[in-house]
Design a protein around this ligand. Structure first.
Ligand code: FE2
Length: 158
């Protein structure tokens, strides 16, 4: 077992927590003609993240590390920027799309760390998380207006 894997998983945990909060922020604050569909999709996504966060944190404990589970510790470790509750609905969807693409980078770093020490369980977990966030990115991108969609996908190199 390896601290390098636990370290990489802590970055995944911090990103997942930040993304969960941003998704819930937008669940609460979204307004516009697609309110119902987006409100429901965001809820599905933050509920999925809540369950995953517990699994990731418990994997870190199984690897022998403690977790500094405080807002300030998480905010130092995450690459996900805070949400902006004043955005319009397509601004929120675009931000969540970009954040789901971003977390895949963190997951791939953790995947490599786990592969290096043949930690198959963490490898499997990271592959599963990559699939979840790539699917979320697709759903969010597909919810964007045409003009925003192609630009956002190009900018995220997606
Ligand atoms: Fe709700």
């Amino acid at each position: 077992m390896s601290n390098s894997v636990a370290h990489a998983l802590k970055a995944v945990l911090a990103d997942s927590y930040a993304l969960r909060l941003k998704t819930q922020n937008y669940h609460w604050n979204v307004e516009g003609p697609n309110f119902r569909a987006l409100h429901v999709m965001f809820e599905e996504q933050y509920n999925e993240l809540a369950a995953a966060i517990d699994e990731i944190a418990e994997r870190i404990r199984a690897l022998g590390e403690r977790i500094e589970a405080t807002p300030s510790a998480f905010s130092k470790k995450t690459n996900i920027k805070d949400g902006d509750h004043t955005l319009d609905e397509s601004g929120m969807v675009k931000d969540l799309f970009e954040s789901n693409v971003k977390i895949v980078e963190t997951l791939k770093t953790a995947l490599k760390a786990a592969e290096e020490v043949e930690d198959e369980f963490s490898v499997d977990m990271m592959i599963g998380r990559i699939g979840v966030h790539e699917k979320a990115a697709w759903m969010l991108r597909s919810s964007l207006p045409d003009a925003v969609r192609s630009k956002a996908a190009k900018a995220a190199d997606y």
